[in-house]
Design a protein around this ligand. Structure first.
Ligand code: NAD
Ligand code: ZN
Ligand code: ZN
Length: 344
């Protein structure tokens, strides 16, 4: 039984721009396959800022509540069968739901389903006291997890874990993590846990300190030296894999000169622009360049299992729902070390 109120407080994007409005919204009723969740915590992803600003070519319908790293308790179940119960601790994710029947869904690519719904983008997300999840796609939070600490795994964690797998870097080989923000500082930890040798690149010394703390062998400040030259010097022939999580276009072109011949570059970061690339370098080095979008439910389960086994531990600082606008401002300026998470 739920004691949920008729209205609750959420951070809403009423129009695209730098600020959300913290205001009352109506409590939604869980439909078929859905559950109502009372939030305990939510991470704040840079994607939420892109969403609020309407940065990307495909924009979310207005108004909407951002947030796709929410953790909370199931307080009401909609009609139908569910394999979560009242009282379970679950999370919302970017891949909020998919059709389950298309070619992508049937071949391990549900993240690319044309009928997918995105948490905090096409469906209201976790920047509010309550949210809906689809119980077939929601995250199951490991028992005993700290809700704030685990929240960044739901997007940042699964995204970089999948991205690292897509680089096909093997244990003992070099991987560059370019951008050590919310995604990147967790990527360093997954890469170390997966046996890779980590080189971290960012434009702020504090981020590089954090990367070292989490196990990076070598760090490069791209403001002070050419990061590709530094990678070449350190590795001799370049990195086997490069994972770009940076929010600036410049980092994407640089990845090409960081990779060794036959290497694989994976793009996770999503600045809205373009990057220059010399075709000759890509061909003569026989590079693979891939985009990677969050992860499947299976990737999520694996990513959460690394957390449950103590192999990754997000660096978080907590804030309140009222602080979302100032956190957005800090994200824009690159002033956040690790991840900010809202405590409800
Ligand atoms: P963040 O703001 O926490 O981190 C971004 C980092 O990039 C910061 O540490 C910043 O200093 C660094 N940076 C900026 N310019 C750089 C440069 N030139 N070289 C190296 N580093 C640089 O953001 P976040 O939450 O980690 O998200 C990063 C990006 O990933 C965003 O664009 C976000 O939308 C995207 N994202 C993509 C997916 C996906 O599925 N592909 C999932 C989540 C987030
Ligand atoms: Zn995200
Ligand atoms: Zn589908």
């Amino acid at each position: 039984m739920s004691n949920a109120p008729e209205k609750f407080t959420a951070a809403v994007v009423d129009e695209f721009g730098p600020e959300v409005t913290v205001r009352e919204v109506d409590l939604p009723e869980p439909g078929r396959n859905q559950a109502l969740v009372k939030l305990q915590a939510s991470g704040i992803c840079h994607t939420d800022l892109h969403a609020a600003e309407g940065d990307w070519p495909v924009k979310p319908p207005l108004p909407f509540v951002p947030g796709h790293e929410g953790v909370g308790e199931v307080v009401k179940l909609g009609p139908g069968e569910h394999d979560v119960e009242l009282g379970d601790i679950v999370g919302n994710v970017w891949l909020w739901s998919a059709c389950g029947t298309c070619e992508q869904c049937r071949t391990g690519w549900e993240t690319l389903c044309n009928d997918a719904e995105y948490g905090g983008y096409t469906v209201d997300g976790s920047f509010g006291e309550y949210m809906l999840v689809d119980t077939r796609y929601c995250a199951r939070i490991p028992e005993g997890a700290d809700p704030l600490e685990v929240s960044p795994i739901l997007c940042a964690g699964v995204t970089v874990y999948k991205g690292l797998k897509m680089t096909e870097t093997r244990p003992g080989q070099y991987v560059v993590i370019s951008g050590v923000g919310g995604l990147g500082h967790i990527a360093v930890q997954y890469a170390v846990a997966m046996g890779m040798r980590v080189i971290a690149v960012d434009i702020a010394d504090e981020k590089l300190e954090l990367a070292k703390k989490h196990g990076a062998e070598f760090t490069i400040n791209a403001r002070e030296q050419d990061p590709a030259e530094a990678v070449m010097e350190f590795t001799g022939t370049g990195a086997h894999g490069v994972l770009v999580t940076a929010v600036h276009e410049a980092a994407f072109g640089q990845a090409i000169n960081m990779a060794r011949k036959g290497g694989t570059i994976v793009f996770n970061g999503l600045p809205p622009g373009e990057f220059p690339a010399r075709i000759f370098d890509i061909v003569f080095k026989a590079l693979t360049i891939r985009g990677s979008l969050v992860g499947t439910r299976q990737d999520l389960e694996e990513a959460l299992d690394f957390y449950a086994r103590g192999l990754v531990k997000p660096t978080i600082a907590e804030c309140k729902l009222d602080d979302v606008n100032s956190v957005f401002e800090d994200l824009r300026k690159g002033r956040i070390d690790g991840r900010m998470a809202i405590r409800y």
